[in-house]
Each structure stands twice: as C-alpha cells, then as structure tokens.
Write a protein that binds this ligand. Structure first.
Ligand code: KIV
Length: 275
C-alpha cells in the first residue's frame, strides 16, 4: 500500500451511516460548492448535494428544472473539497423514475463523474424497484419520503404530509419499501412528530429528518437556511446565524468606503520596488 493511501482519511460510507441506526444522531447538511464543503466536512457525517441547489443557488422556482449536469458539476466541487464526510448526490427529477435501466445509467454516471459515495432518490410508489436495481448493481441509495419536493407540480405546493390516515399509511409503506429495496437510510421530510417516530421505529435503516421532529436517527437542513441567507425560512428551520444581515452590513461598509475613497488604503495597495 502506498504512503499516500495509508495517510488518506477514511471517508464515511453507506455501511457506517446505516450502522448508526438508533445510536448517536447523524449530522447532515446540504453542500453545493467547494468553499462550503470545506467548512462543513469536518463537522458533519454526511453532505448532501441536494437538488435544492436549483432553488438556492440558481434561483429556480422549484427543483423540477434541475439537470443531471448541474448535479454532477456541484457534486464534483463538493467531492474535491471534502475528505471525511459521506457525500450523497441527489438524482434530479426525470433521471431515475422511468425505468430501472434509465435510473442505473444515470446514477452510474453520477457516481463515476463525481466520485460520490451514494445517490438519493425521492421514493414515490413506482421507485422502490429502481432502488433495488441500483443497490443490487453496487450503487448505494438513500430514499426520501413524506414531502417530496420533485412532486410539487402534482401536489400544488410544498405542503406538510401525512395529515390523513390514508396519507400516513402511504408514507409508512413508501419508507418500508425503500428500506426493503436496500436503501441505506431514508430522508423523512415535512411530517408530524408521531409519523416520524412511527417510521423510525418501523424501518431498520436510519431516518434523516427535515421538518420531521427529533425522533429521527439524524437531521438535515439546507445549509443556506440555517445560516440565515434568506429573508424567509420554513417553520422547521432553526437559524444559527444571520449571514444575510452580516453580508448586507459588510457590503454596505465596502460601498461607503469606495464612494468616499477610503478603500483601498495604504495597506491594500502595491508600491513600486525601490531599486
Ligand atoms: O434537495 C435537498 O436539499 C434535499 C434535502 C433538504 C433533504 O432533498
């Protein structure tokens, strides 16, 4: 084994995350860029290159317009800048639902071109067989049940899920089907505490909650939301910083300095060398 290989930090992988079921909560955040991935990597167990990148970074109204190419580009950036956290890349709308073969071709491309450790799919009723097909062919998969943002056009908005008995049963079935198909973990989004608890107790793999209470085996948030980069955040987000305010203050101060010729000052300019 080469010295380089011996020195390499071991990156967390799907079995490490799966083994955390019912143990220390799994810390997950989204990452889309290299600088952010570098900051988050030593602090998180799992970085998700979420298709929320379409809304957060590219200003799209929802995640439906996100492409495979966008996910690959952001996945590559996050992989380059991280070394210990497991990196999972979201499969975008239209890239995995149609058939197991299409899902495999696209997921294999994401794995090869980014070097990530797994992909995530939104686990609608027709998707469990595709999860099984990928896992059996060597691609670790994370499921996603409850509020499924890629279904926003069918649902008519981003609404909390599982409020009727029929919907509760369907979501439990979908979580169960994802786990039985071989998913190593399942994201549970936008459901009431009781349902999150029931799913967590029911399935054998970790649940990662977002707007789904502390009963899950881990938590994930959109990093830009918890850092306060937007003026509005959903009810389930805790804002740990006010970066929007900080950036506004910093840029305001810069603009003042430029307009008053206080920037650049002597410390920020080059001087000719004295011969
Ligand atoms: O796209 C995303 O960021 C997600 C998470 C927030 C779970 O799916």
């Amino acid at each position: 084994m080469s010295a380089q290989r011996q020195d390499a930090v071991k990156r967390l992988a799907a079995p490490d995350i799966a083994a955390r079921k019912g143990k220390t909560p799994i810390v997950c955040l989204t990452a889309y860029t290299a600088p952010m991935a570098e900051i988050l990597d030593p602090l998180c167990d799992l970085l998700l290159v979420g298709d929320s990148v379409g809304m957060v970074v590219h200003g799209l109204p929802n995640t439906v317009g996100v492409t495979l190419e966008m996910m690959i580009l952001h996945g590559q950036a996050v992989m380059r800048a991280s070394k210990q956290a497991m990196v999972v890349v979201d499969m975008p709308f239209g890239s995995y639902e149609g058939s197991p073969e299409v899902a495999y071709a696209n997921a294999a491309r994401v794995m090869k071109e980014t070097g990530c450790s797994a992909v995530k799919v939104e686990s609608g009723p027709a998707v469990a067989q595709n999860i099984e097909y990928l896992v059996q062919r060597g691609i670790p998969v994370m499921g996603h049940v409850g509020l499924r943002p890629q279904s926003v056009l069918v649902e008519g908005g981003f609404k909390a899920k599982g409020r009727t008995n029929a919907e509760r049963d369907r979501i439990i079935d979908e979580a169960r089907a994802s786990a039985q198909a071989g998913a190593f973990a399942v994201v549970v989004e936008g459901v009431a505490e009781g349902l999150a608890r029931e799913i967590t107790e029911d399935i054998e793999v970790p649940t990662i909650g977002i707007g789904a209470s502390a009963y899950c085996d881990g938590q994930i948030l959109v990093t830009d939301d918890m850092l306060g980069l937007f003026d509005w955040t959903p009810k389930f987000v805790r804002r740990y910083a006010d970066l929007r305010g900080e950036i506004g203050r910093a840029v305001g101060a810069y603009a003042e300095d430029v307009r008053n010729r206080r920037f650049p000052g002597p410390a920020e300019i080059y001087f000719a060398k004295t011969a």
